[in-house]
Design a protein around this ligand. Sequence first.
Ligand SMILES: *Cc1c(COP(=O)(O)O)cnc(C)c1O
Length: 394
Amino acid sequence: MATDPYAWLEQSLTTIRKADWYRSVQTINGTPGATVLLGGREVINFASNDYLGLAGDQRLIKAGVAATQEFGTGSTGSRLLSGHRELHRQLESAIASLKQTEDAIVFSSGYLANLGAIAALVGKRDLILSDQYNHSSLKNGAILSGAAVIEYPHCNVTALRNQLIENRQNYRRCLILTDSVFSMDGDLCPLPELLDLADEFSCMLLVDEAHATGVLGKTGAGCVEHFGCTGKQLIQIGTLSKALGSLGGYVAGSATLIDFLRNRAPTWIYTTALSPADTAAALAAIEIVQQEPQRRTQLWANVDYLKKLMQAQVAELKLLPSASPILCFQLPSAAAALAVGKSLQEAGIFAPAIRPPTVPTSRIRISAMATHQATHIDQLVAALGEFVIRNQGI
Ligand SMILES: *Cc1c(COP(=O)(O)O)cnc(C)c1O
């Protein structure tokens, strides 16, 4: 008797449910902002990566609509065939100018930028050293490349140095991979120390600025600017979908690097170019990032206010170390994180539970936006206070 070759799917879902790891989507209506309509009800939004509040900005919307009217909805092909438009080049120049690099290249998402760049830069004879808390796209890029992969303990430069001493000479090229702002923790990579190690051991260094671009640094260029490392040799990756409010990803670096990626990155060569609307919206966003630093100032003022209020009123909730608008507090189990997320939502606060396998330990992740009002933050902390009172001991 032949068995049903798909029966394992239902069994696997049952296991996922039993572990409280089951996931499903929640529907949001209307334009994104500091408050959103979630399941038909207005909630204060602490779940978004739209740090500067640009995804619902009229200027981005207008740019997207105008580009659609002028160039159509789809780009109809890969960049090397029928997909390239002047808009793509303008966006790449704008990214290079924001990052102060020689050039940049845009991909259809940040995930694809990481897969494509990593797979192009190293192969079977090479070594990747990767922070254990890196984003899924860095981890899967490392697997796709075929290089030997060693994870180093989170942000631990001493351990990384020892791994380099032990392993570097056995490989041809070496690539160090790290998030710059860790997406599910909120802390920063030790960039100056990583650059020194890369120098000493002749390694390439790739930093993922997904949550830093538009947010960190005086001009919003990211963590590299924040640490005063602008102009150093390294590979910067990022997304157009977080603070830039659009969709797409990029790599920024030397002209040679970018030229090489145009010839060797499979996730750029063999995929359809960014749509005109996404490209134009991202271009409008970069202009706003450069011309309206007050958005960044307001974002950081909100982060400060939120941290101080939490320390004063819900000190029981131990925040993970953070130097970004991402603030997380840990909970003892996936079930507990789900329960807290649900009770916050009932109190009109959208701050999701993040569970394994995304992270090793379950937590609530709060992200601040420039467009939050003080009253939004007050309501979040009041709701967290209610939760603490009800659960003395957590
Ligand atoms: C979100 C994210 C990505 C993926 O970017 P997309 O454009 O959403 O595909 C990559 N790296 C990190 C660190 C991220 O947080």
